[in-house]
Design a protein around this ligand. Structure first.
Ligand code: ADP
Ligand code: MG
Ligand code: MG
Length: 912
């Protein structure tokens, strides 16, 4: 199609409809139609360009096609107004520049840039030098008196346009380019002679023809329309969709398209391009930070082809430009009242600004910048609280990978199950982990498993990081490591874990026991070899100061899930105001206890069971003494035995193998008889669906002596601590209650034992009896249950499982499909399903408080450490959230933000 024909067609379409929406916003000539607040309409980039233009900064002029056009494109019908307004904006730009797009002696060239409300890597790459064709390139060569520059610009256009608009594989362009570069014997792109570049252009065009069966479009307007539509389409590509899903960005926002007059950094040694930050984005330090390249264009700086120079070097070679850049970026920082991330180009010694936005930063930097800006008078303390995303505080608590200058080869990407980093030697079983830890042969261990089970606990304890090939965000590995504050990459499906051969196979490579790998639990990456790490800084002075601003703001209390005194101490360090969940069963997995636990379970009558329980009692009591002591007068919620008993028993298959072996070798061994009895009991206890079987309060109802022992251990410990000057506050929690009758049954045992102990010792201790609400029936009858229960704690893991009827251990089989189909926006086990499970929580809280106005209500599932879920808990008026110690800072900040948002009238802040 000729240029005239396209223009005519667009005009025809346009005249057929009228509309009131303004689709295109111009910027240039000293002012802009839009401004910096219009991110929703203009996208972040477009809003930034408008704002900078209005502020009188040197920005190449252009126009932004607003996001509504993209939404219309997605719906299948773009209003004709889009084309009309685009054409008139183009004419206005041509007039302002005194040039014509891709035509005449001095052709106008433009860039076409995507830009949504939130900055989104994964969307379309920018196209530069659009408008060039076979004729315009000659004009450009003549006009600039620089053929190398002109041909370089054209070959870049064909390559970028070919790649992002026409879907010609990038590799094929690179192949042609590298071959000619190699033949010419040059190292850098800019050393190529004009003739060589011309040859590349010929080859590129042949490639386009071959791949698309069409010539590279010569009509500049045709190029523009195609590029614009490609930007719209890129909103829907898989990379962009995935990014939005992970970051909870609405799929219907759409992207804007920015069309902007080109300025050239590749004109020669007096030109260049660069990027920078007004402060250091890794540390937050107030130093000018950036990189640039002379004689380069666009993405050259970040592409790694040439090594960019530090911005300080620019100060030396072009002091005036440097000073100008500093002055401008300072001004922008002051204007936006936040650290800026900017892009610039120098054309023949003149500086142009191409982008500015609030810079992304690490958690460390976020805290530091927030504090500095308050000190500098740029922002208020309350604003500072919103400058840090709750999840970012994790950065202070865990080590990170130091990737500076490192060769990072990603072997696989799994789920970021537990943040932090670990660099160590791999082992494939818990036993090997313990062995190599004990004999000191591996200083740092990474445990690699298909998935982990409670039996791996000892190995997980000594490992610095865990990698699994199966399992989701709430798999055993994920939950346990998050509790330990250890890094975990879970469900890395590309990793083949051969536990028998002790081999990890991935990306065609084989890693054996003792080989080094690096894990990044924050991104889910599994990385080849031995990277360096940066240690955790939980007592960082800036962090302490920041938290001192945060805490007075919140209404929600924050507690920790902690099972042993060590975790409790850690939790207090991170600000826990109590223990919201102590899972007693975790105490029983320890080496010296599991035997007694097994005997207890295997007992065939009450007497034997009581004998075994007697042995467990002093151990439990000692644990509770430790917990109460470390929490001083803060409340401690202890949950009675919860899991299905078979979790404590040996695996049926293992027993069968052992028995078969003995039958062959020592058929008369007494051990054989023992094993057969064990097997029979294991088979007895077998359940088709253990999650819905003999567990929770059902255990304590079937075997009241278990509840009695627990209660005795708890109250004796409490009395003991009180006798030593302590002031324990005990909350006994009955798990998996579904009816008031179950609650009555268990509460009466607990209260009876309490009375007995208090009478025996002559001391009374403050205590409450409550329940975990984790079954829909409990929520539905919460008013009745509250007659007996003095507190509720929502076990939202199980409540999600039972409300949805989804097993959290199996969700991974279909979660990807659900996410892809948009049925789930996120894993409901990671972020609370507010409309379903949340409604139950809200309703049960109201019903419970109706019966008992003083009812204390909290939440203790994985959701207690998820910012969105914490904010929800604040909104519905819970008393506290409880989370793993390492999520405490996050929960504290989220709770404070929720309270502030409420105070400011529902204003929702975002740093995205
Ligand atoms: P991203 O969103 O990936 O940052 P941009 O649209 O900002 O993509 O474009 C990337 C780079 O392309 C810019 O940093 C700049 O170097 C270059 N660029 C974009 N538009 C122009 C232009 N009009 N003139 C010169 N260079 C440009
Ligand atoms: Mg950019
Ligand atoms: Mg439960």
């Amino acid at each position: 199609m000729t240029q005239g024909a396209v223009e005519q067609q667009l005009a025809d379409q346009a005249s057929s409809t009228k509309t009131s929406t303004k689709y295109v916003y111009f910027f240039g000539g000293g002012s802009a139609d839009g401004n910096g607040k219009m991110k929703e309409v203009l996208g972040g980039k477009g809003a930034g360009l408008a704002e900078m233009t209005n502020a009188g900064l040197p920005v190449p002029p252009g126009f932004t096609i607003q996001t509504e056009a993209c939404r219309e494109y997605m719906r299948g019908a773009v209003d004709a107004g889009v084309d009309t307004e685009m054409l008139s904006a183009l004419h206005r730009l041509e007039k302002l520049q005194g040039q014509k797009l891709g035509a005449g002696e001095n052709p106008l060239l433009v860039s076409v840039r995507s830009g949504a409300k939130f900055s989104m890597p994964g969307m379309m790459d920018t196209i530069l030098n659009l408008g060039l064709n076979d004729k315009a390139v000659e004009a450009l060569a003549k006009r600039s008196n620089n053929p190398r520059f002109a041909y370089d610009s054209y070959r870049r256009l064909i390559q970028m346009f070919g790649d992002v608009v026409l879907d010609v594989p990038k590799k094929k362009f690179e192949h042609i380019f590298d071959a000619i570069k190699h033949r010419e014997g040059v190292k850098f792109d800019y050393e190529l002679k004009p003739e060589a570049l011309q040859e590349i252009i010929v080859e590129y065009k042949k490639l386009v023809k071959k791949e698309t069966k069409k010539d590279f479009p010569q009509d500049p307007l045709d190029q523009l329309v195609q590029a614009r539509d490609a930007v719209f389409r890129s909103w829907q590509n898989d990379r962009a969709k995935t990014y939005r899903r992970i970051n909870h960005i609405d799929d219907w926002l759409g992207t804007a398209v920015n069309v902007q007059a080109m300025v050239f950094g590749n004109l020669g040694e007096n030109s260049g391009t660069g990027v920078g930050f007004t402060r250091n984005p890794a540390t937050g330090e107030r130093v000018f930070f950036g990189e640039y390249l002379m004689n380069a264009q666009g993405e050259d700086v970040v592409s790694g082809v040439r090594t960019p120079l530090p911005i300080s070097e620019l100060e030396r070679v072009m002091p005036t430009v440097y000073d100008h850049l500093r002055a401008i970026t300072w001004k922008m920082e002051k204007h936006y009242r936040d650290m800026q991330d900017f892009e610039f180009t120098i054309q023949d010694g003149k500086l142009y600004m191409l982008q500015t936005r609030n810079g992304k930063r690490t958690g460390l930097a976020a805290v530091r910048v927030a504090i500095d800006m308050v000190r500098e008078g740029l922002i208020s303390q309350e604003e500072a609280v919103f400058r840090v995303e709750p999840n970012q505080l994790y950065d202070f608590l865990v080590p990170r990978l130091d990737e500076k200058g490192a060769n990072v080869e990603v072997l696989a990407t799994g789920l970021p199950a537990s943040p932090g980093a670990a660099v160590g030697q791999i082992v494939f079983s818990a036993e090997d982990a313990v062995k190599h830890h004990t004999n000191g042969s591996y200083p740092v261990i990474i445990l690699v498993r298909g998935e982990t089970t409670p039996e791996d606990i000892a190995g997980m304890e000594v490992a610095a990081g865990i990698l699994t090939s199966r399992g989701g965000m709430t798999s055993h590995a994920a939950v346990v490591t998050r509790g330990m504050g250890k890094c975990c990459v879970a469900g890395a499906g590309d990793c083949v874990v051969d536990e028998a051969k002790k081999e990890l196979r991935v990306k065609g490579k084989i890693y054996k026991q003792g080989d080094w790998i690096s894990l990044d639990g924050t991104t889910g990456r599994v990385i080849e070899g031995k990277l360096k790490t940066i240690p955790a800084q939980p007592d960082d002075a800036d962090l302490v100061k920041f938290m001192s601003w945060v805490d007075p703001l919140r209404r929600l209390k924050v507690r920790a899930n902690a099972d042993i005194p060590r975790d409790a101490k850690q939790a207090r360090l991170f600000g826990a105001e109590g223990i919201g969940l102590c899972r007693t069963e975790h105490m029983f997995f320890a080496e010296d206890r599991i035997e007694h636990m097994r005997t207890m379970i295997l007992a065939e009558n009450e007497k034997d069971r009581r004998d075994a329980l007697k042995k467990l009692l002093p151990m439990q009591r000692a644990d509770f003494v430790g917990l109460f002591k470390s929490m001083e007068s803060l409340p401690v919620t202890i949950r009675l035995l919860d899991p299905p008993l078979h979790e404590f028993l040996p695996q049926r298959d293992d027993l069968l193998v052992q028995i078969a072996r003995l039958e062959e070798t020592k058929p008369r061994s007494p051990k054989l008889k023992e094993l057969r009895t064990l097997l029979a009991r294991v088979e007895d206890l077998h359940e088709t669906n253990p999650m819905l079987g003999l567990r929770g309060c059902r255990l304590g109802i079937a075997f009241p002596e278990i509840t009695e022992m627990h209660a005795r251990a708890i109250f004796e410990a409490a009395v003991n601590v009180k006798n030593h000057g302590g002031e324990p506050h005990v909350e006994v929690m009955v798990p998996l209650i579904g009816s008031i009758d179950e609650m009555r049954n268990q509460a009466s045992i607990i209260r009876r034992v309490a009375d007995q102990v208090f009478k025996e010792k002559g001391v009374t201790v403050d205590y409450m009896v409550g329940t975990m609400i984790e079954l829909p029936r409990a929520a539905l009858t919460a008013d009745q249950i509250a007659e007996e229960a003095e507190f509720f704690s929502f076990g939202t893991n199980d409540l999600t499982q039972t409300t949805y009827g989804i097993s959290r251990d199996d969700i991974n089989k279909f979660l990807p499909a659900y996410l892809k189909a948009g049925i789930f926006k996120q894993d409901p086990f990671a972020t609370l399903d507010q409309s379903g499970v949340g409604t139950l929580v809200k309703m049960a809280t109201a019903k419970g408080r109706n019966t008992r106005p003083t009812l204390k209500v909290g939440i203790c599932g994985e959701h207690g450490g998820d910012p969105e879920s914490v904010k929800f808990c604040h909104k519905i008026g819970l008393n506290y959230v409880s989370c793993s110690p390492f999520r405490l800072l996050t929960a504290r900040l989220a709770a404070a933000q929720a309270a502030l948002e409420e105070k400011q009238g529902g204003l929702v802040h975002t740093n995205k």
